[in-house]
Write a protein that binds this ligand. Structure first.
Ligand SMILES: [Zn+2]
Length: 218
């Protein structure tokens, strides 16, 4: 299979390489450090959230198990991730914000890839950039590109609009509908739902909400 996508949404720079010797417990650097002007972090892979915790060394960190049974750790995040342990994630889903929590002297992402089903310190280490294409910073997949074409056409599917991703996933308590002749812009994907800014028909007021993508957009 190909490499995982970048955990960043823009070009990133490696600031510390894998296995550099130093004062860590392992005696060397167990991952790679990267920085990016855009501090948003996304999942490099589709898979399952295994951990979302605090550690004095790693700060706020998450571990995601990719569907091909490798695990990816992302550390030093600014705050605790909104991801739920046990939840599924898709490559490109929001994970958190790059930060400097734990044993860190400046904002960066420390990322580890392990050839295992669960993460363990200094175990089954792989060189992250052998498995992650840090130049693959696409924010959207082909389906989302279609979604972001912005224009709904008559004859396609009306989308119900929800105020929260929980309501959106449950399909309950819709606050409105996005008709096929209205325009919208997808501004991100959160928890498997599409955040949209849309303009109400005949007005210039803009609203924001979440929709499920039902394939109705051309
Ligand atoms: Zn590091």
């Amino acid at each position: 299979m190909g490499k995982y996508r970048s955990p960043f949404k823009a070009a990133a720079k490696q600031t510390l390489a894998f296995k550099v010797k130093g004062s860590w417990a392992a005696g060397y650097h167990t991952g790679e450090d990267w920085v990016c002007n855009n501090t948003a972090l996304v999942s490099p892979c589709s898979g399952t959230v295994l951990r979302n915790e605090w550690d004095d060394s790693y700060g706020n960190f998450v571990v995601i198990r990719a569907n091909d049974n490798k695990v990816i750790l992302m550390a030093h995040m600014k705050s605790k991730s909104a991801l739920k342990v046990g939840a599924g994630v898709k490559a490109g889903d929001a994970v958190g914000t790059m930060g400097s929590t734990g044993n860190s002297t400046g904002a960066h992402l420390h990322i580890e890839v392990q050839n295992a089903k669960t993460w363990g310190y200094n175990k089954n280490l792989l060189k992250p950039s052998d498995y992650i294409d840090f130049s693959d910073t696409t924010n959207i997949n082909a389906q989302e590109e279609a979604f972001m074409a912005k224009t709904y056409k008559n004859g396609s599917t009306t989308e119900k609009v929800y105020q929260t991703t929980a309501d959106c996933k449950a399909g309950k308590d819709a606050v409105g509908s996005l008709n096929t002749y209205e325009t919208c812009e997808c501004v991100g994907i959160y928890d498997g739902c599409y955040a949209v800014v849309y303009t109400l028909d005949g007005t210039s007021s803009k609203k924001i909400g979440f929709v499920k993508y039902s394939g109705g957009v051309k």
